[in-house]
Design a protein around this ligand. Structure first.
Ligand SMILES: NC(=O)c1ccc[n+]([C@@H]2O[C@H](COP(=O)([O-])OP(=O)(O)OC[C@H]3O[C@@H](n4cnc5c(N)ncnc54)[C@H](OP(=O)(O)O)[C@@H]3O)[C@@H](O)[C@H]2O)c1
Length: 251
């Protein structure tokens, strides 16, 4: 089995889409570090469910904005299961919705701190051992269709995801010779079990009306796309951004 013996770290794996990714990878035999920042109980619940289903998982806490904490997260997973083969940069900071002239840099900065700096710190912690072992590896960054759908609603979040998109491409180019692929998955609006959506019904109906497939993506569909990019089947795909938009956004 291609995933047997592999190790993954999923940031923000305690809830929402990250939780689905953790479950999906664990089901195919990957040992999963279920990372969280504050909600420990949720992470422990995910771990317990994975273990009950016969999988391997551990909860690991850390604020990935801090380089030392990101390194400690990676070290904890490595100590338990061995070096990380698959890094999923999924954690995010919820943003404010303000028009540009109402924004201050203090609205922008938290988005960049988690989405860009967090992914930067986790990549820096994981890549040295991936390179040194010479067995290749997978980095998958969670983006959003928002990078292709500019709107005042997403100034800070969209700008941070856009920066992550460009960071992903540069890293994919640099990591190619090491057989480490670096890709992106971009869902549209995704209803998750544990978070109330901040969007009003009218806004969501308008979004829905523009989705050719006529529905929102499910978290398990996002997780399957991540598992595909983590698999051997995606061995020659790097620097790619896979939209899960039901046709709303096309590459
Ligand atoms: N949901 C959607 O509609 C949607 C659409 C497109 C793209 N996405 C992307 O998909 C990913 C998952 O979305 P989601 O809605 O499932 O996420 P979510 O429910 O908002 O969860 C965010 C996660 O990030 C963690 N986190 C926040 N700040 C952190 C920090 N400083 N250090 C470490 N971890 C931190 C949280 O940990 P705690 O719980 O411990 O605080 C939580 O696990 C995100 O990258 C998001 O941008 C989501």
């Amino acid at each position: 089995m291609e995933f047997e013996g592999r190790v993954a770290l999923v940031t923000g794996g305690n809830r929402g889409i990250g939780m689905e990714i953790a479950h999906t990878l664990a089901r195919v035999g990957v040992a999963v570090g279920v990372h969280y920042r504050a909600a420990e109980e949720m992470a422990q619940d995910v771990v317990a469910a994975i273990q009950k289903a016969g999988g391997r998982a551990m909860a690991v806490r850390g604020d990935i904005r801090d380089r030392g904490e990101a390194a400690a997260v990676v070290a904890a997973v490595t100590n338990a299961y061995g070096p990380v083969d698959i890094l999923v940069n999924n954690a995010r900071q919820l943003g404010v919705k303000k028009k540009f002239l109402e924004l201050s840099w203090s609205d922008y900065e938290p988005q960049f701190d988690v989405i860009v700096k967090g992914a930067f710190n986790c990549c820096q912690a994981v890549l040295p051992s991936m390179i040194e072992r010479g067995r290749g590896g997978r980095v998958i960054n969670m983006l959003s269709t928002i990078t292709e759908e500019p709107s005042w609603r997403w100034h800070a979040y969209g700008a941070a995801k856009g920066a992550l998109l460009q960071m992903t491409r540069h890293l994919a180019a640099e990591m190619g010779p090491h057989n480490i692929t670096v890709n992106m998955v971009s869902p549209g609006f995704t209803r998750t079990v544990d978070r109330q959506t901040p969007h009003g019904d009218e806004y969501l109906q308008d979004v829905l009306a523009h989705i050719p497939m006529g529905r929102f993506v499910r978290p398990d569909e996002v997780a399957k796309a991540v598992a595909f990019l983590a698999s051997d089947q995606a061995s020659f795909i790097t620097g790619a951004n896979l939209p899960l938009s039901g046709g709303k956004v096309m590459n």
